[in-house]
Design a protein around this ligand. Structure first.
Ligand SMILES: Cc1ncc(COP(=O)(O)O)c(C=O)c1O
Length: 417
């Protein structure tokens, strides 16, 4: 995601604390994007640091096939306590992409083992599910994966259910379901992250879920970005009152401390692979599956959820975002303001839409020169801070953003003159 021909120098970060990143040369940069949406409770949260240190002295890693350990057992219990009760099993891997790969393989295997020829996977336009090949296949064909397109498997993408277009999405899904060959629908529930923080309604998510149920189609909820409070609930699916068959987690799972993925599944899916016949095993190995340090970090992170008012912090961030939205609303260069939980986003009116809009890098540069890290997605600007962020830092992000927009506008005017 970095074009080195344009950005030859990376900034060296020496340490981090809360929402602050400290550079080697003494700058403090406010992390306005939770270091790519992973950080929840702040960098180097002392409780997670301690838990990982303690675990490192006992057991760092052991093969997780035929073996287990306390942090994994504890984490599984905690995850199953906060997830929908219909999700009863957890498979660990190491990233969001692998959590998605696992979910896809489970969905495909589920029908193959029943001898049913249901091979179609359905996703939404604009989807981003990661950068491994299965995850790229279910993602929107875009600048990120265009050159690999000949190598990706066929997926049916439904139109994105933007406001007023919901019926179109549901109608198309209905038509696709008539073929009787759909295995699974994969969605980012309520908010598509990489597509530019695009929000859709809980009613639509619920309707998609109900259609899956009626047609024996599995619903995969990719909560890699939305999970762990980003949209104002622990999981976005909760808001729509739906229970997916498979749920993918990563990013905030360890509080953003260590890489880890988890795929939660129903008993029905688990039982599809549970068999005396070894060939029916769910074959998927990642060397570091169930890594003990990552599990310990995730357990500590979930304990912070239990012992600290994290949801209250998210609500306060949401209120601050809404106040800021009120100011930005007045700007003629800003469109489609949206606030969802800890996410604040808007589009800059620009001639070039999409990821390659030149406005993104300009804004990024200006913000960074002013010690704020945000990474626009094309002409979409978003703020997605760690939940511990101080009010002053949030205000600073909005104010710097305001000045950055002025700067971009004035530069444009100068060029036109
Ligand atoms: C919804 C979603 N799924 C999957 C991924 C892939 O996660 P990772 O980068 O950890 O592989 C991302 C990453 O941004 C994501 O936003």
């Amino acid at each position: 995601m970095t074009q080195h021909a344009l950005l030859p120098d990376s900034i060296q970060i020496e340490r981090a604390e809360g929402a602050s990143l400290y550079t080697k040369d003494g700058r403090r940069i406010v992390d306005g994007i939770s270091s790519w949406w992973v950080n929840t409770h702040g960098h180097c949260h002392p409780k997670i640091v301690k838990a990982v240190q303690k675990q490192a002295e006992k057991l760092e890693q052991v093969v997780f096939a035929g073996f287990t350990h306390e942090p994994a057992e504890e984490l599984t219990k905690k995850l199953l306590r906060i997830a929908d009760p219909s999700l009863e099993f957890v498979f660990y891997s190491d990233s969001g992409s692998t959590a998605v790969e696992v979910a896809l393989k489970m969905a495909m295997g589920h029908f193959e083992h029943q001898g049913k020829s249901r091979r179609k996977i359905v996703a939404l336009e604009g989807a981003y599910h990661g950068d491994t090949f299965g995850a790229m296949s279910v993602s929107e064909r875009s600048v990120f994966n265009r050159i690999y397109e000949p190598y990706l498997f066929d997926v049916t993408h439904l139109p994105f259910p933007s406001e007023g277009q919901e019926e179109k999405t549901l109608e198309e899904f209905k038509a696709v379901l008539r073929g009787g060959d759909v295995a699974a629908l994969i969605v980012e529930p309520l908010v598509q992250g990489a597509a530019g923080m695009r929000v859709y309604s809980t009613e639509t998510l619920k309707a998609l879920h109900d259609m899956c149920r009626q047609h024996d189609v599995l619903l995969i909820a990719d909560e890699v970005m939305t999970g762990f409070g980003r949209t104002g609930r622990m999981f976005a699916c909760e808001e729509a009152g739906i229970a997916p068959d498979l749920m993918c987690l990563s990013k905030g799972l360890t509080g953003g401390f260590l890489p880890m993925g988890a795929t939660l599944a129903t008993k029905e899916i688990y039982m599809g692979f549970f068999n005396q016949d070894r060939s029916r095993t769910f074959f998927h190995s990642t060397s570091f599956t169930g890594n003990a340090l990552a599990c310990a970090a995730a357990v500590a992170s979930l304990e912070i959820w239990e012992s600290e008012p994290v949801m209250q912090s998210i609500r306060e961030i949401e209120e601050a975002h809404k106040r800021a939205a009120g100011w930005f609303y007045a700007r003629p260069d800003v469109a489609a303001l949206r606030v969802k939980g800890s996410i604040f986003a808007f589009d800059i009116k620009d001639d070039v839409n999409g990821y390659l809009s030149p406005v993104g890098p300009k804004l990024y540069d200006y913000m960074l020169k002013n010690d704020v890290l945000i990474r626009p997605i094309g002409n979409t600007v978003y703020v997605l801070p760690p939940y511990c962020i101080a009010n002053e830092d949030l205000e600073r992000i909005y104010e710097t953003l305001w000045r950055a927009l002025d700067h971009v506008r004035d530069e444009g005017l100068e060029r036109a003159a």
